[in-house]
Structure formats: C-alpha cells, structure tokens
Design a protein around this ligand. Structure first.
Ligand SMILES: [Zn+2]
Length: 130
C-alpha cells in the first residue's frame, strides 16, 4: 500500500507545517484526524510537498476552499518566469522589461501584447470579490 502525505488544515496547529504520512490503499479515501487538534487532515501530494513547500501549502489552501484538485493550481502571476504577487504587477514588469524576440532583439511590448495581461488581471479581481 502506498504512503500518502497528509497535512493538518489548522493554521495554529503544530502539525500544520508537518506532513503526516499515512498508509492506505489507493482505492480508499479514509479520513484521519490530527493527533494534536483533532481536525480532519487533508491529503497533500508528496512530490509537491518535498520539492516545493509553498506549493504544498497552496494546495492545502485550495482544499480548504473546496477547490477541485483536478483543476490544476492557478497559474502563478509571472512575467517570463519572474514571479510577481499579482498579474497587475506582472504587467508592470513586462512593461519595464520588454521582451526579446526569437531573433534576439530586445524591444518594448506593444499595447496589444500588454493587453493579454488584462484578461488575467480581470480574473484576479473577480476572484477577490468572491
Ligand atoms: Zn492539527
């Protein structure tokens, strides 16, 4: 039987940051309770937990909000791999940095290209209203 990593969803619990390994059949989705605070543990993805603790935490956050995990985590705001807090910020970075064309010439982004960020910004704002 495989091991699964579980996390305590309670922010104030000592087990919140620790992953708790539980073994069960792949066909089962048993509920485990936290030894410390008795909260129902949420299942994490062990690979994410090991490589990227912040992603694992985000995963837990998503589970708490009831987001479906089959939907991949939302794209992190970024511009050419540089992560930003918001898409609005990503747009500003894009405006400042410009881009490099495949032939190696650097240039400023056109308004049309910058407008692609607006879609994300709009989504972001909508998500905040919820
Ligand atoms: Zn706990």
């Amino acid at each position: 039987m495989p091991f699964y990593d579980y996390f305590c969803p309670n922010d104030n619990c000592v087990n919140h940051k620790n992953s708790i390994e539980k073994m069960h059949s792949i066909n089962q989705t048993p509920k485990f309770r936290c030894d410390e605070c008795n909260a129902i543990l949420v299942r994490g993805i062990s690979q994410i937990g090991v490589k990227n603790p912040s992603k694992a935490k985000q995963h837990v956050e998503n589970l708490k909000k009831g987001a479906e995990y089959s939907k991949p985590a939302e794209m992190v705001p970024n511009y050419e791999g540089e992560e930003t807090k918001t898409w609005e910020e990503a747009k500003e970075v894009a405006r400042k940095k410009g881009t490099t064309d495949p032939d190696g010439t650097s240039r400023k982004l056109t308004e049309q290209e910058l407008a692609t960020f607006d879609v994300k910004i709009k989504e972001e704002k909508k998500a905040k209203v919820k």
